[in-house]
Design a binder for this molecule. Sequence first.
Ligand code: ZN
Length: 407
Amino acid sequence: MILSTPDIVQRENQVFHQVTVESPKGSSFLWYSVEEPFGGLLSHSCDAALVGLLIPAMACGEDIHIRGAVSERLLYNLSGPCQSVLRYVMPRLRPIRVTADTLSPSLTPRPAGVATGFSGGIDSYCVLADNLGADTLPGFRITHLLFNNVGSHGKDNERMFHARFEHLAPSARRLGLPFVKVDSNLGSFFGNGLGFTKTHTFRNASVALLLQGGIGRYLYASAFNYQNVFVGLAREIAYTDSISLPLLSTDTLDAFSAGSEYTRVEKTVRVADFAESYGTLDVCINSHQRGTVTNCSACPKCLRTLATLDIAGLLERYSAVFDLEAYRRQKNVYFAELLAIRNPFHREIIAFARRRGYPLPIASRILHLLRFPSLSRFFGQISETFTGPPTTTGSSGSSVHNPYQSN
Ligand SMILES: [Zn+2]
């Protein structure tokens, strides 16, 4: 795989960073684009393309040569250490050689911009809660919010990318931060077995490197507590973030994972102090399938968040983004499942309830003692007939809980 020097070109109100990709499969273009006011952020180096295409190249066993400039530090780390991390996560990847014609000079001092992705989820809001306050150190205070189209928006990708951006844009305006919408065809280079959850760290880091013209620090919202960080076979690459992001840094861009000092419950409570989240918090795993930007209030991540807020006494703050009545109808069954299915997130919520002196519903205890989840659902349906009809879509879904799934 041979990567050209990027062309920076403007078409209408979009500025493109475009790289020619020559491979045994043929010639193609990798492009990223931003709206014209943010064109000055685009880097002229090949760093973004190199990080973006490393995994697809390793999947094909194709060496990469860069006919242009690339960061020396990045070239060093992507030639060996980074590939090792990736092969522990995805053993099918093959080691490749990475070479370049030129090493790019580092910008000194580092650009002043501090960026983080803004998705409206718990992890994302936690980074904002921690890095926008008056006491934030100046070099870590968020100056730019990013919204990327690198393959996370599902089958209806293009429509959802724009819809989600428009949903969050008013929030960014209220926060007084520029909201950089980064479109790209990077996702089209990732084939079977290279799904978003396995590869998102590299896809999103490539965007941060794209913006090295003005961004010198990149805070990537962590999904996991430090106790869960590891490098090995896993469904999600996020377990490696604390290790892999520093390897994706350059002398111009400092990239790292932010928020791993918190547990999931601690993050949720932290976010509930951040008022901007009350009208836009988005934790739902069903919204993609339904093609909406609202929380279903029934999927495992919605219920996990609602139960935590309920125990903390903060549920009403989120009445605009959740159907609280639907939650209350499911609550007895959900708490019974929290007691019965002892994964780490469930244990954490139950421990939080005990610390807070929150009384677990009697009905949940009885359902739990019955030890039959299907019977629990039956009782839950009976309970619903006495409290009103269900109004939400999607299943209660707790039985398909991925214990380590992030928000
Ligand atoms: Zn949901």
